[in-house]
Write a protein that binds this ligand. Structure first.
Ligand SMILES: C[S@@+](CC[C@H](N)C(=O)[O-])C[C@H]1O[C@@H](n2cnc3c(N)ncnc32)[C@H](O)[C@@H]1O
Length: 250
């Protein structure tokens, strides 16, 4: 799949795409990322891509014309991919969307800066607006990287163990269970002994699976009861899940 990123800060992407386990997806071209520096599409000596807002007020607005030239250049190479604009006003990005996109053809990713992009460009060209969450960042580059990272780790062969992402938070609608590794007994500087939950050392796979499911249900019920409600409405909770949830004091 191909992603074309229109950005004022292309240098933010290079190091990220070359590090960590997801670089496998970028280096192999499974997730083929092309960067389009917006200033290359300015038409004056100052490489200007923004101007003051009509109606007054603080900040600058990204201009339509450089963006249209950039998008035309992308289209000439990449064809008619959907255009995603990152914005706090968009739909919140979630695992279901990443999973859907991970099997798709890719997209053009549009990273805003300043006060944002002239609405006339957004109205004419953008198919989907995505938010990273209810907070305001300085630009759309981090949301674009978050999307690319989330999609890259879902590609076949990227994670060393394909089951890794299947047990991640949100994959089955719940939050992930806690994880433990060595040592079996951790002695803290305060002299406290913190053992690994014994069931994880039992070698009993069914009991371990049940413990993990219950931990996951408990954490989700405490922190994200909205996810429990969605899973219940979708019929994704078993009778055993419901019995366990009924025992919880939240
Ligand atoms: C300073 S922000 C502009 C915020 C905009 N004036 C608002 O209040 O909605 C600059 C750019 O950062 C990106 N951005 C900031 N926060 C974001 C978020 N939570 N999710 C996605 N993109 C975000 C957008 O591309 C936005 O155009």
């Amino acid at each position: 799949m191909r992603f074309d990123v229109i950005t004022l800060f292309p240098d933010l992407f290079g190091p990220f795409l070359q590090q960590g386990i997801t670089r496998r997806a970028f280096e192999s071209g499974q997730v083929d990322v092309h960067l389009w520096p917006l200033r290359d599409f300015a038409d004056d000596n100052y490489r200007r891509v923004d101007d003051r807002p009509y109606g007054g007020g603080p900040g600058m607005v990204m201009l339509v014309e450089p963006l249209e030239r950039a998008l035309a250049a992308v289209r000439a190479q990449a064809g008619a991919a959907p255009v995603i604009h990152f914005s706090p006003t968009g739909r919140k990005m979630d695992q279901a969307l990443l999973r859907e996109m991970a099997g798709g053809p890719g997209a053009v990713l549009l990273c805003g800066r300043y006060e944002g992009i002239d609405q006339r460009f957004l109205d004419r060209h953008v198919d989907l607006e995505l938010s990273l969450g209810d907070f305001v960042l300085s630009g759309g580059e981090l949301p674009a990287l978050a999307l690319l990272d989330g999609i890259a780790r879902l590609q076949a062969g990227v994670l060393s163990d394909a089951r890794s992402h299947e047990q991640d938070s949100f994959e089955d609608g719940m939050l992930d269970c806690p994880h433990y590794s060595r040592p079996e007994q951790l002695t803290t500087p305060e002299g406290q002994n913190l053992p690994v939950p014994p069931v994880l050392l039992s070698g009993h796979h069914a009991q371990i699976a049940q413990w993990r499911r219950e931990q996951s249900l408990q954490l989700t019920a405490r922190r994200r009861p909205d996810l429990i409600a969605v899973a219940r409405a979708a019929g994704r909770l078993s009778k055993a899940d419901e019995r366990f949830l009924a025992t919880l004091v939240l």
